[in-house]
Write a protein that binds this ligand. Structure first.
Ligand SMILES: [Mg+2]
Length: 329
């Protein structure tokens, strides 16, 4: 704990030093003028790293050349030193200058002649205050760190919120955003954009029979297969609703969309997940509708989805477990 005593009177310096040493403070530096104090502190651009880190300064009010108040002001103006508490040591009759001292940044004051008990009490309380301020600074730094971690966690959450929690496929929100981006891109590049809508056949009966946990397992397995067929960069497989899935296939004509849909349907059949209640097959199957458009300004995005949806319903009407292409419109 470095204490700096600044006083032009040797007697005063010795007295303060004796009191402080007697109370167990060992690291005490004395300065006979403001200038000497500045040198000890490394005021104004000096290299502070090699200076003693003072925890408190006892500053005589009246000194030749620069007085204590002015010296205090100089110290407080140095960003590296501004936090060191300064206790003014003033003679009786100098009280009117105390206001000025506090304005200059002094933390506390004691009057001369200095009494030992008073000196130690003030030094102790100022040191405690200083320590509390240091602790607060550490806590503020920790708080800033925590806030940084929170914002990182939020970023990850946003990323996660693009994902369907159960299946790991893109969720509806992510689908909506990407579908409109792909639509615009296809319009710009004059490329065909295909959409596949898929529905697990008789999923309500499956859930009723195998329970919701069984239903979730089924959804996950089907989703994994659907995710695998949408493997080109730009392809997006999403969970569209409960047991409905959708694929966006950029730069893909209707035949290409049909091929990918058939591949997904076959892969789901190949899982051979038992489905006792299905009228379509004794295992889990998909009904699918495929539609394709080359977007232009006369067309609406939702039209493509509606066409794929109508094709899906045609597949269901015709007995499920099949892929239907949207009729030319
Ligand atoms: Mg003096």
């Amino acid at each position: 704990m470095g204490i700096l005593i600044v006083d032009d009177s040797k007697d005063s310096r010795d007295l303060l030093k004796t009191f402080l040493k007697g109370a167990g403070y060992k690291d005490i530096t004395t300065a006979a003028s403001a200038q000497e104090a500045f040198e000890a502190l490394g005021v104004n651009g000096a290299d502070h790293r090699h200076k003693i880190p003072f925890k408190v300064i006892l500053m005589d009010g009246v000194m030749p050349e620069m007085n204590g108040i002015e010296a205090c002001r100089v110290i407080k103006a140095d960003a590296h030193l501004a936090d060191i508490p300064v206790i003014m040591v003033t003679a009786m009759g100098e009280q009117e200058s105390l206001n000025e001292a506090f304005e200059a940044g002094a933390t506390d004051y004691i009057t001369k002649p200095v009494k030992k008990i008073e000196l130690l009490a003030r030094v102790r309380s100022v040191l405690r205050l200083h320590q509390e301020m240091e602790r607060r600074k550490v806590r503020e730094k920790e708080l800033i760190e925590t806030l940084k971690q929170l914002s990182e966690a939020n970023r990850v959450l946003t990323l996660l919120s693009a994902q369907d929690g159960l299946t790991g496929l893109a969720n509806r929100r992510h689908f909506d955003e990407n579908f409109s981006a792909e639509w615009r891109r296809a319009m710009r590049d004059r490329q065909p954009l295909s959409v596949v809508m898929a529905d697990i056949d008789h999923f309500k009966l499956y859930n009723d029979h195998y329970g919701h946990q069984g239903g979730d397992t089924c959804l996950r397995q089907v989703a994994a297969v659907i995710g695998q067929v949408a493997r080109r960069p730009g392809d997006i497989a999403a969970r569209y609703g409960g047991e409905e899935f959708v694929l966006i296939l950029p730069d893909t004509p209707l035949e290409g969309g049909m091929r990918i849909a058939e591949e997904a349907a076959a892969a789901v059949r190949a899982l051979r997940l038992p489905h006792e209640k299905s009228s379509a097959a004794p295992y889990v199957t998909l009904s699918m509708g495929v539609a394709c458009m080359v977007p232009d300004r006369s067309k609406e995005m939702k039209e493509l989805i509606e066409r794929a949806d109508r094709a899906l319903y045609a597949a269901k009407r015709q007995g499920r477990n099949r892929v239907k292409a949207a009729a030319e419109e």
